[in-house]
Design a protein around this ligand. Structure first.
Ligand SMILES: Cc1ncc(COP(=O)(O)O)c(C=O)c1O
Length: 387
C-alpha cells in the first residue's frame, strides 16, 4: 500500500481552524472590553472548570509549573522538606518542587502504566529514616491515565502526608469514581497549548475542595494580596489573563467531544497494534475508560530507527521523555532517587509517542497503523514490552 498522506505528530492549527470563529469572537470581545486581568472571563473559567472536575474551587494561574509550586507553598512546603514524585517526566514538576526549596525524591514507576508505583512508594516510606521530612507526594498522571490514586491516597493517609496531583496531562481522566486532580488535597493542571485543554499561550489551573487552601492560592497568585494593597502573604504574579481565559471558556465546551474522539482513535490503535504484538495502553488495565489519551505511547527497542522509518513513511512521532530527570545536568545533586529506578530507565530508553489528536481523520489513523504494521512485519521494528 502506498501512502501520500502525511501525518504530523501534532498540528495545533487544525484545532484552531475547527473552532476559529468561536475563538476569534471571544478574543475580540475581550480585547474590546478593556479588562485584561482578573475579570469576568477568569471568573467564568474558574467556575466552569470547578464544575467540570467536580471540585469546590478552581484557581486560574499562569502555568502548570506555577500551579504545582503554588500548591506546595499553600500547603506550607518549603526548605528542609522532601516531596516524592517520579523521574520519567520533563523538567517542570521537579522545577516546581525545587522552587519551593523542598527536595524532590524520585520513586520508580509501574511498568504497565508508566505512573508512580504505589508498592515502591510504600516501601520507600516504610524504610525511610527521616520520615518526618517527607511532606508531600506529587503523582503525575502521565499520558492521560490517572496514577493509582486509591493506593497512593491510602499510603499518604497512613503516613499523614499531603498529595498534590500533577494532572497536567489528564484533564477529565477518571480515577475510580472521581476525576484525576480531585483526590489529593490539591490538583494541578497545565493548560499549555498542546494539552487536552490548552490555551493559546501559557496558562494553568488548580483545583481543591478546601476553602482555606483556595483562599491562600488566590492570594499567592496575586502578590499575596487578600484585597487590593492588603498583603497577607509574600506572593507571586501568577495570574491567568483574560484573553487566555476567554479562549479556554470556548475550548472547555469542546473538551468532552475531543476526549471522546481521542478515545476512538486510541481504541483503533489498541486493536490494530495489539494484533502486531505491541503492548498497548489498553492491554491490561481495567480502568481503561478513564484514560484521556493525552499521548499514545508504545515501546520499541530500536527507537531511533523506528522513528526515522516512520518519518520516511510520512508519520511523525515524539519521545516523552528521553532522559530520566535525575540524569539531567541541572538536577544532579539536587534530587535524590529511591535507589535504582530500573523501570524508569527502561521506559526512557524505549517509549515513543504516536500521533493522536482529535482532528486526526480516520484515514490518518489507518495510515499510522499500516505504517507500523509494515515495519513490524518486515522485522525493522523490534518490540520492547516491559509489562
Ligand atoms: C506532567 C506535566 N507537569 C507539568 C507541566 C508544566 O506545565 P506548564 O508548561 O504549563 O508550566 C507539564 C507540561 O508541560 C506536564 O506535562
Amino acid at each position: 500500500m502506498s501512502h501520500s498522506l502525511k501525518v504530523p505528530f501534532l498540528d495545533l492549527a487544525l484545532q484552531y481552524h475547527s473552532i476559529q470563529e468561536e475563538l476569534e469572537t471571544a478574543a475580540l470581545r475581550t480585547l474590546r472590553s478593556g479588562r485584561y486581568i482578573m475579570g469576568d472571563e477568569v471568573v467564568e473559567f474558574e467556575r466552569k472548570f470547578a464544575e467540570y472536575t467536580g471540585s469546590r474551587y478552581a484557581i486560574g494561574v499562569a502555568s502548570g509549573t506555577d500551579a504545582i509550586q503554588l500548591a506546595l507553598r499553600a500547603l506550607g512546603i518549603g526548605p528542609g522538606d522532601d516531596v516524592l514524585s517520579v523521574a520519567n517526566v520533563s523538567a517542570p514538576t521537579v522545577c516546581a518542587i525545587l522552587a519551593t526549596g523542598a527536595r524532590p525524591v524520585l520513586i520508580d514507576i509501574d511498568p504497565r502504566t508508566f505512573n508512580m508505583d504505589p508498592n515502591r512508594l510504600a516501601d520507600y516510606l516504610n524504610k525511610s529514616s527521616d520520615r518526618n521530612q517527607i511532606k508531600a507526594i506529587v503523582p503525575v498522571h502521565l499520558y492521560g491515565r490517572s496514577a493509582d490514586m486509591k493506593s497512593i491516597k491510602e499510603i499518604a493517609n497512613q503516613f499523614e502526608i499531603k498529595v498534590v496531583e500533577d494532572a497536567s496531562q489528564a484533564h477529565g481522566a477518571s480515577a475510580g469514581e472521581d476525576m484525576a486532580g480531585t483526590i489529593g488535597e490539591i490538583g494541578c493542571f497545565s493548560l499549555y497549548p498542546t494539552k487536552n485543554l490548552g490555551a493559546c499561550g501559557d496558562a494553568g489551573v488548580i483545583v481543591t475542595n478546601d476553602p482555606l487552601v483556595a483562599e491562600k492560592l488566590q492570594m499567592l497568585r496575586n502578590y499575596g494580596e487578600r484585597s487590593r494593597y492588603d498583603n497577607s502573604l509574600i506572593g507571586f504574579n501568577s495570574r491567568l489573563d483574560e484573553i487566555q481565559a476567554s479562549l479556554l471558556n470556548v475550548k472547555l465546551k469542546h473538551l468532552r467531544r475531543w476526549t471522546e474522539r481521542r478515545r476512538q482513535i486510541a481504541c483503533k490503535y489498541n486493536q490494530s497494534l495489539g494484533k502486531l504484538g505491541i503492548n498497548t495502553p489498553g492491554d491490561s488495565i481495567e480502568n481503561l475508560a478513564g484514560h484521556v489519551y493525552h499521548l499514545y505511547v508504545i515501546q520499541v527497542a530500536n527507537r531511533e530507527q523506528f522513528q526515522s522509518d516512520l518519518m520516511q513513511l510520512g508519520v511523525g512521532t515524539a519521545v516523552h521523555y528521553p532522559k530520566p530527570i535525575h540524569h539531567q545536568l541541572a538536577f544532579q545533586g539536587v534530587c535524590v532517587t529511591d535507589g535504582a529506578l530500573g523501570v524508569t530507565e527502561q521506559a526512557c530508553r524505549t517509549v515513543v509517542s504516536l500521533p493522536l489528536y482529535p482532528e486526526m481523520t480516520d484515514e490518518a489513523v489507518e495510515m499510522v497503523c499500516d505504517s507500523i504494521s509494515q515495519l513490524v512485519r518486515s522485522g525493522r521494528c523490534t518490540l520492547q514490552n516491559m509489562a
